[in-house]
Write a protein that binds this ligand. Structure first.
Ligand code: ZN
Length: 342
């Protein structure tokens, strides 16, 4: 079977891999689609993401949907063979202080598909067949096909960021960065009842995807403040992963407002207007991955056809490097899926 392995910066290979065998409590899943995430691109382009560095070859991918093939023995409970499923990519430890505190998304000992956060790295889901814990399988709700369901993982990230922002009902929400995650934050904010969502990006193409996701106002990030920008917003969610985006959020959020940093900033330190946090009593909150939001994401995807418009390309796994190039070119793509079928 074919898998998509990152060997180091710029060294992405489609390789023949052995079909894994499920053990106790595990399921074997035939992967159909895998969404290319910004973090997959970071491993490819930079050899790491945020402060996590590649130290050994790793199968990429954590946005994975497919069908159940079989289970290990003794057979755990789970969807029947042949059932279409999405895979929750996180296996929190369940015993650390964060897990005990109900914040399993920041578990200090979690295993996350296709992540170099721990060593040995956790191998990912960009392979024709993958073994995962059976309790991480989620059958798709009625009406949701595998293609749209491939957005469940990044939409969960967006739903978590929105949850971290607090009550958005009737609020004006700014989203800086209209890549796939930013667009899904726009959709999640609207679903949470935001009164108005303003999305910013440097690229007109990205802003068009934000419009598909439901943004009310689109602003070119390189326009000077004043021209098309809101004078202030109630909540700002930073989804660009650059310090300039955080700076914009801090300058535009109202006094006492909330800023959520969701985008992974470059490794090391990032400059930001810290005194605004003090003098305006801004609440600056991080958002990392997600936990139970996965189930809500599947329900939201089943209910909303517009999400189809955010999948901009589906590319056979043999052309994975072309898919990565396309996903990295935000002037011509939003979410790119690898197709492992047939
Ligand atoms: Zn834990």
């Amino acid at each position: 079977m074919l898998g998509c392995v990152i060997h180091g910066q710029g060294d992405l290979r489609v390789e023949e891999l052995p079909v894994p065998v499920p053990g106790p409590g595990q399921a074997l899943v035939a992967v159909r689609y895998g969404g290319v995430c910004g973090s997959d691109l970071h491993y490819w382009l930079h050899g790491g993401v945020g402060d996590f560095r590649l130290r050994e070859p790793m199968v990429l991918g954590h946005e994975v949907v497919g069908t159940v093939v079989s289970y290990g023995s003794p057979t755990p409970s789970g969807p029947a063979a042949g059932t279409a499923v999405a895979v929750h990519p996180a296996t929190p430890c369940q015993v650390c202080p964060e897990c005990a505190d109900g914040r399993r998304n920041v578990c200090r000992d979690t295993r996350y598909l296709g992540s170099a956060a721990r060593f040995p790295h956790v191998q990912g889901g960009f392979a024709a067949q993958v073994v995962v814990p059976a309790d991480q399988l989620r059958p798709l709700p009625v009406g949701l096909g595998l293609r749209r369901a491939a957005l469940a993982e990044p939409l969960s990230v967006a739903l978590h960021a929105v949850r971290r922002a607090g009550d958005l009902a009737g609020r004006h929400v700014l989203v800086t960065g209209a890549g796939p995650i930013g667009c899904l934050v726009v959709a999640a904010a609207k679903a949470a009842g935001a009164g108005r969502v303003t999305a910013t990006d440097l690229l007109p193409t990205a802003l068009e995807y934000a419009r598909i996701a439901g943004a009310d106002t689109l602003v070119r990030a390189d326009d000077p403040y004043g021209a098309g920008w809101p004078s202030e917003v109630d909540v700002a969610i930073e989804a660009s992963g650059v310090a300039a985006g955080l700076d914009t959020c801090l300058r535009l959020v109202r006094r006492g407002g909330v800023v959520v940093q969701l985008g992974m900033l470059p490794a090391g330190r990032s400059p930001f207007a810290g005194n605004l946090v003090v003098s305006r009593e801004i609440e600056l909150r991080g958002a990392f991955r997600f936990d139970t939001e996965f189930d809500g994401a599947l329900e939201l995807l089943a209910a909303e056809v517009a999400f189809d418009g955010l999948v901009s390309a589906v590319v056979p796994v043999r052309e994975a490097e072309a898919a990565f190039r396309l996903a990295a070119d935000r002037s011509s793509s939003c979410k790119v899926l690898l197709d492992f079928g047939d």
